[in-house]
Every structure is written in C-alpha cells, then in structure tokens.
Design a protein around this ligand. Structure first.
Ligand code: 7TS
Length: 429
C-alpha cells in the first residue's frame, strides 16, 4: 500500500503472468485501448494530462456500457421479467467487483453513490447528524478537496460541532505529531484524503487510522485520487469509511461508492427516502430496507455501476505493479524536466507523491499557461482544483496541474516542456 513503490526493474520482474509490465506501459501499447487518444485538438494530437480531474475511458468500459444498453437495459430489484433479472444480476455483480477491487469484506458494505462527493455527504448527513453533539470535533487536513470540507462545515452550522484542521508544511505534508496532538476526547471523526488532488501528497493514512482508533475515533478516507493508481485495501487501511469516484478510475462519471463497515452502516439512518430503500410502507409507518439498499433510494445509476465494474477489471488486468511503477517514473521525469524550465515553482514536493505535478510559471497566470498549452492539444488543469485552502496556504491564486495515468508517456512530458517554453516566449521575455 503506497509503501516501497516498485522501481521499473522490480515491476518488470514481478508482474504476474499475463499482466502488463511497466516497460509495456512505457511503450504505449495500452493507448490503443483508449479511442479518445486518437483525436486531434486544434489540429494537434491530443495530449491528455488532466486525469486527476477525470480519466479517459478504455474500450472495455465503453463496451460494457454499450452492451448493457444493447442487451440488458431494464430497471433493477423490481421486475420478474428476464431483462430486469439480468440487469439486477449485472448491478449486484458490479457491487461484488467493487468489493473485491477495494478489499472490503462483504458486498453489503459497498453503497453505490454519484461519486466521492455524495459518499462524504452521506456519512456527514447520516452518521454525523445522528451522532454528533455540540462541541464535538471533526478533524480534517489542510489539503482536503472542498468535498471533504464543505459537508462538515454544513454540519458544523447545523449541529454546532467544531471543525479542526491539521496543518501542512512547505512540502505539502502533514506531520503525524501535529495530527496526534489534535486528536482529543471530543474528536468524533477524522476525514482525510489518501492522496491530495492539488499537491499529489500521499498521506500516511494507515498510521493516522491507528492513532485515531487508539482513541475509538472512526476515520473516513477520501480515496478519489487513489483508486486506479495503486492497490487499495480498506481492510488493510482499517478505515471505517472510504469514498471513491468512478470517473477518476477509468469508469463513467455519475457513479462512485461509499465503503462503510457493516456494523456502522447498520446503525445509520437512511440518507434519502424513496423506492428501493424500504421494506414496507404504509401511511403510518415505513420500515427501511437493510444495507446496502437502505442508502440507495430511487433507481440507481445501473449502467454506471456496470461501467465501474469493467474499469476494475481493466485495472486488474493492467496490474498495479506496472501502473504504480509507470506513473512513478512519469512523476520523476516530469518533476525533473518541468522544474528545469526557468521560472517554474513546484507546489507540492512531498516525499511520497502520486503522479500529480502542480506548478506556477513566473510571469504567467496559470489560466494563460493552460490556454496556450491547449492550442498545442495539451490538456492540463489550471485553477484552484477545488482546494482553495491549499492555494491560500501556498499564497497562490491557482496552479497549473499536470496529472498522469496509465496512458501517458515520457514524450507527453517533453511536449509539455516545449509548450512551457512557448508560454515563456509570450509572457516572460
Ligand atoms: N476528493 C478528491 C481528493 C478529489 O480530487 C475530488 C475531485 C473529489 C474529492 C470529488 O470527487 P467527485 O468525483 O465527487 O467530484 N477532484 C477533482 C479535481 O482535482 N479536478 O476536478 C475534480
């Protein structure tokens, strides 16, 4: 789990039979599985380096979606007819695939949501609203995405809880001593990103869970940037809740999942009311369904779940040994090459990083950098990355962010560097 990332050489030797290797990914064959990579943008071949915002989709995910609509389209959990049974089977088998993909013990611990944002809101609005009392504390970090800040602030206003924030250093890392010092006998929840989307920092979540559990404090992990880039095992992390988004792990948007420990989920009230989340309804009384369906009111995103299962299959076939080694190589290369461009200041230089490179170019606003790169078909993100407190911490309004996935090549980074030199010619004479 994010420890001792394999080198290219180790990964080459250790890939299970039939799996990809880092060398194979570096060779770019996998790009053939992503039809969008063949398009041109402004007449130039697309160079996509915005995977932290959303990843592109492999053919097998596109095919799974098409196959469902072509052969199995029906509602779930309510029909006796064949198609409905087939759709239910696909949907529930997708739940099992997600369970396996993140190492959960039971498939009833997997709740399909719209994504990470909805998963965190679900926990805040059910677990938090039920259990928190005025003066109770929720501890987050200074590098959280807005979706792991605002739901707790909303609860703060409603329940008069206190939101505490673990600071980060100039590299963009938290210090475990600072974190431990902020755990008190009023802390009722720790909510932390496994990987920061703005900085790329990989947080020591396993250690954070240990320290929290020693005080009986549950931990919610925002795994949006982690799933799809390294092995995630929620039992190994020992976290209580884990949130993920399909669209950041090669699946469609509008689907994601919340993992929750069964004993906690069983005690939690419903999130939304409607069909599918009930056992019986009369005008006097409604008896709620068991987990996970109690938290899935209404017709779910059936095809999204099926697409997400196909994405987990894609990841398994691609092999995490190869993925982590390849992305680690891209990060190292990009760090070297981009920081050698005059005027570049990297934002986020943690010792343990995922393949996200945030930076400023002196004399040019990040939006201008992004716009000029776009003219060459290079897609990067420019903005605050929905992490405005991180921008404040580093005293910048925004950054340029290049983020990498299985389909990126070192040559993409070479193009980025050439593009940055062009930007310099315009803005930094
Ligand atoms: N948490 C983290 C760490 C994220 O990076 C994101 C999305 C979310 C939560 C929210 O995920 P959603 O799928 O529910 O929207 N991050 C980004 C980003 O960096 N650029 O666009 C979306």
């Amino acid at each position: 789990m994010y420890q001792g990332e394999p080198t290219l050489k180790q990964a080459d030797q250790s890939g299970p039979r039939g799996c990809n290797t880092a060398a194979a990914l570096a060779g770019g064959r996998i790009r053939e599985q992503f039809p969008i990579l063949a398009i041109t943008v402004h007449g130039k071949p697309l160079i996509y380096m915005d995977s932290a915002a959303t990843t592109q989709k492999p053919q097998r995910v596109i095919d799974a979606v098409t196959r469902h609509f072509t052969h199995r389209c029906s509602n779930v959990h309510r029909g006796v007819h064949k198609l409905s049974q087939l759709a239910t089977e696909s949907y529930e088998s997708a739940r099992e695939t997600v369970r396996r993909g993140i190492g959960a013990a039971e498939s009833q611990e997997i709740i399909f949501t719209r994504g990470t944002t909805e998963a965190i809101n679900l926990v805040a609005q059910t677990y938090g609203r039920q259990r928190f009392a005025p003066g109770d504390e929720v501890l987050i970090t200074a590098m959280e995405h807005h979706s792991n800040i605002v739901p707790w602030q909303m609860l703060r206003d409603e329940k008069k809880i206190v939101l505490k924030v673990v600071p980060i250093n100039d590299r963009g890392e938290i210090d475990l001593n600072d974190y431990e010092a902020l755990l008190t006998d009023r802390t009722r929840m720790v909510a932390v990103a496994l990987i920061s989307n703005a900085l790329g920092t990989v947080n020591p979540v396993k250690e954070m869970v240990k320290l929290a559990h020693a005080r009986n404090i549950p931990v919610l992990v925002d795994g949006a940037q982690a799933v799809g880039h390294d092995v995630v095992d929620v039992q190994d992390l020992d976290c209580d809740f884990f949130a993920l988004s399909g669209h950041k792990m090669y699946a469609p948007s509008g689907i994601g999942a919340l993992y929750g420990r069964a004993d906690l989920l069983n005690e939690m009230p419903p999130y939304q009311g409607g069909g599918d989340m009930i056992a019986t309804v009369t005008f006097d009384k409604t008896v709620y369904n068991g987990i996970p369906h109690r938290f899935e009111a209404g017709t779910p995103n059936i095809v999204g779940a099926i697409g997400m299962a196909a994405a987990f299959d894609f990841l398994q076939e691609t092999c995490f040994e190869a993925i982590t080694a390849h992305e680690h190589d891209l990060l190292q290369y990009a760090t070297e090459q981009v920081s050698a461009v005059p005027g570049v200041r990297l934002i986020g230089t943690a010792r343990k990083k995922a393949a996200v490179l945030s930076f400023m170019l002196e004399g040019a606003h990040p939006h201008d950098v992004g716009t000029i790169l776009d003219l060459d078909g290079i897609a990067v993100r420019a903005g605050h990355h929905c992490a405005q407190p991180v921008m404040d911490r580093f005293g910048v309004p925004a950054t340029v962010r290049a983020s990498f996935a299985v389909y990126n090549l070192r040559s993409d980074i070479d193009e980025l560097v050439q593009g940055l030199h062009k930007v310099r010619e315009v803005f930094c004479k």
